[in-house]
Design a protein around this ligand. Structure first.
Ligand code: PNS
Length: 223
């Protein structure tokens, strides 16, 4: 029997047809491979004067969708803040200390420049109500115009924080209202100290009283 010459490119091994993918097309390679390799870093810029439960809620949501989240406090020399930048930084660090993918930083100048410096690809901002939308949209579109590679991602905090703002918290605290459920405990304490410095001494005195109550009374030595 006459043998036919193998066709060019023939390796002697029959080609194996590709296995059907168990994933729907959107999850196929190269999408999946790329998605696994690319780490998405976002910044969450703001004034945080002071940080509130609404900010914390947004940080908790943001850290679930970004690999890394940097809470970036704006150093704004034009504003006259209640808390200094380092006070705000300390509070935010204490609030986010348990989150492994969240860090706190400060910046000045343009947000987009800071984002480029820290190699972030997204800006996280919160939208509480329609009233926030116009300002946030304007800022997001301007940032996109200045830096097209940077995306702004809006997230909504829990409804119970939709009326909460740092400005209202400052006002309520200054007028003696109750801020306990609006800000983390540490921030409430710092606000009390800031507005009424005597509060600090009262807390210290309370702590002293408590510790002396716990101590067993020293017995008088019998002579
Ligand atoms: O918590 P805030 O005050 O709403 O945050 C506003 C902030 C800091 C995000 C915004 O004022 C800002 O990005 N300032 C930095 C200067 C800048 O980039 N300006 C151009 C914005 S389009």
């Amino acid at each position: 029997m006459e043998r036919r010459a193998p066709s060019p490119g023939w390796t002697g091994v029959a080609p194996v047809p590709p296995l059907p993918s168990p994933f729907p097309p959107a999850y196929n390679r190269p999408f999946l491979t790329e998605a696994l390799l690319i780490r998405i870093k976002a910044i969450y810029p703001g004034s945080f004067d002071p940080p509130t439960n609404g900010h914390l809620d947004l940080i908790e949501r943001g850290r679930k969708i970004f690999d890394e989240l940097v809470v970036a406090i704006l150093r704004n020399p034009e504003k006259d803040p209640l808390f200094s930048v380092s006070e705000r930084r300390n509070m935010l660090e204490a609030m986010t200390g348990g989150f492994d993918n969240v860090s706190v930083d400060t910046f000045d100048g343009l947000t987009i420049d800071y984002a480029m410096r820290v190699e972030a690809t997204a800006i996280l901002r919160g939208i509480r109500a329609i009233s926030d939308y116009e300002y946030e949209l304007q800022m997001a579109l301007m940032n996109r115009k200045l830096q097209p590679g940077l995306e702004t991602v809006f997230m909504m905090p829990a409804e119970k924080y939709s009326y909460l703002s740092s400005r209202l918290v400052r006002e309520i605290a200054q007028l003696g209202g109750n801020i306990e459920c609006l800000v983390p405990e540490l921030v409430a304490q710092k606000l009390h100290e800031k507005i009424d410095p005597a509060h600090k001494f009262e807390i210290a005195a309370q702590a002293d009283r408590k510790s002396s109550e716990k101590k067993p009374r020293s017995r008088k030595k019998k002579l």
